[in-house]
Design a protein around this ligand. Structure first.
Ligand code: SF4
Ligand code: SF4
Length: 174
């Protein structure tokens, strides 16, 4: 598989690429002690972010905002921030990576209870709108930024590790 197809093409083609990668690599990754150890850390970091967002009560804010005629920030355009490696990591965490809406308006991964991903695209995770800033304390925002930074670093690290495996497979070394 060409690395380019992980990051380009339609969102549907990236979902297909993520699923192909999962079929190709899942067994190998489960036996990879280093990967499994680091992946468990990534899950823990993502759960820390979700826990903190929960304590900040961001979900009700976003649900309310999305229900307005102008909609929230998870637009259809933003689905283009996803990539096949990020989808592979979500599949590996037992997330069913499929489109959950098709209204031609909002992101196809925006479910009834928010984004379906445990590991969100970098841009999505980094985005804190003015509504969030308005209703939160600076300490809450600082902690949110710290926790998202930790997730994104680990996400990037594992993405590079996976890219190395894919390149070696492509070159016939593994
Ligand atoms: S992050 Fe902000 S703009 Fe996006 S849905 Fe939530 S409240 Fe609305
Ligand atoms: S956070 Fe999730 S639902 Fe929202 S735009 Fe990003 S991928 Fe789509």
């Amino acid at each position: 598989m060409m690395i380019d197809s992980c990051y380009s093409g339609s969102v549907e083609s990236r979902i297909a690429a993520g699923q192909s990668l999962y079929q190709l690599l899942a067994d190998q990754l489960r036996k990879d002690v280093h990967f499994m150890h680091e992946f468990a850390k990534l899950i823990g970091h993502a759960e820390d972010v979700n826990h903190h967002m929960g304590s900040m009560r961001l979900a009700p804010l976003c649900i309310q905002c999305s229900a307005k005629p102008t909609g929230g920030c998870c637009s259809l355009f933003m689905a283009g921030e996803t990539d096949a490696l990020q989808m592979l990591m979500n599949l590996f965490a037992d997330i069913e990576v499929i489109p959950v809406r098709d209204d031609g308006n909002e992101c196809i991964f925006l479910g009834e209870n928010g984004c379906i991903f445990l590991f969100k695209p970098m841009f999505c995770l980094n985005y804190n709108c003015y509504h969030i800033h308005e209703k939160s304390t600076s300490a809450e925002i600082a902690e949110l930024e710290r926790l998202t930074g930790v997730v994104l670093c680990k996400h990037y690290e594992l993405e590079q590790y996976l890219l190395g495996i894919i390149r070696r497979k492509h070159d016939g070394e593994v």
